[in-house]
Design a protein. Structure first.
Length: 254
């Protein structure tokens, strides 16, 4: 059997949250498979560093500054990306967490977390889907969720609620858009050590407790998540839609 070459060659993929962490890792992986990547996030300097790294490795990328909590800017950015080259798909990697005792948790923080994690997912995926549904080949949409979309955890009521909602949204959109060949899936990682989580995971008691819940015995790595997201964008995943793909070392299999 001959090598089919890069699975995303000639495709154009939007990756949000691409300035660092999981989003940047996903963007780099997608670019390595031949796609041109539009890198979107709020920090232009970090986006430009990510673009430079992709180009140094032989890939192609462009930068687009985005605050995904602003639906009007989401619409503008997707239109600009589409004008540069027709989009094949999107990986939405914007999200965040704020932990705290639910009895003391501020309502405004709860609402803000749902807006950041859930509303941005709907806004971004829908805006890209508007370009894809009329095309005979359709396209691919991937949300980055969390294992916390399948379980509960102390001090994370808002985050668990948000990620459960993301998974439900993905399934509903998948059913709605499947007849038009647009797949919608979620990747649900366990704890991954990034700039955002490193301080939390450096606390020995917490790290030990987390590792005790992962049968594989290790934390996730950025590339674990990037490979899964890239697979769901690729040609092999055409009949896969409406799934939540755990990348969690077995946490949710307990």
């Amino acid at each position: 059997m001959t090598d089919p070459g890069p699975g995303l060659a000639g495709r154009h993929v939007l990756v949000t949250g691409a300035s660092r962490g999981l989003g940047r890792g996903i963007a780099e992986r997608v670019a390595s498979l031949g796609a041109t990547v539009t890198l979107a996030a709020r920090d232009r300097d970090a986006l430009e560093r990510a673009r430079d790294a992709i180009e140094t490795a032989g890939g192609a990328a462009r930068v687009a500054v985005l605050d995904a909590t602003e639906p009007e800017r989401v619409a503008e950015l997707v239109a600009e990306a589409e004008a540069a080259a027709p989009l094949w798909g999107c990986v939405h990697s914007v999200g965040g967490n704020l932990t705290g005792d639910s009895l003391e948790y501020r309502q405004e923080d709860f609402d803000r977390l749902l807006a950041l994690n859930v509303s941005t997912t709907f806004s971004v995926l829908r805006e890209v889907a508007r370009r894809l549904v009329s095309r005979p080949e359709g396209g691919r949409l991937v949300a980055i969720g969390s294992q916390m979309g399948s379980v509960g955890y102390p001090g994370r009521a808002a985050y668990c609620a948000a990620k459960h909602a993301v998974d439900g949204l993905v399934k509903a959109l998948a059913v709605e858009w499947a007849p038009r060949r647009v797949t919608v899936n979620s990747v649900a990682p366990t704890f991954v050590e990034t700039d955002l989580t490193r301080e939390m995971l450096s606390e020995p008691g917490f790290r030990s407790e987390v590792l005790g819940r992962i049968p594989a015995g290790r934390l996730g790595e950025i590339d674990d998540v990037a490979v899964a997201a890239a697979f769901l964008l690729g040609p092999e995943a055409g009949l896969i839609t409406g799934i939540v793909l755990p990348v969690d070392g077995g946490w949710t299999a307990w």
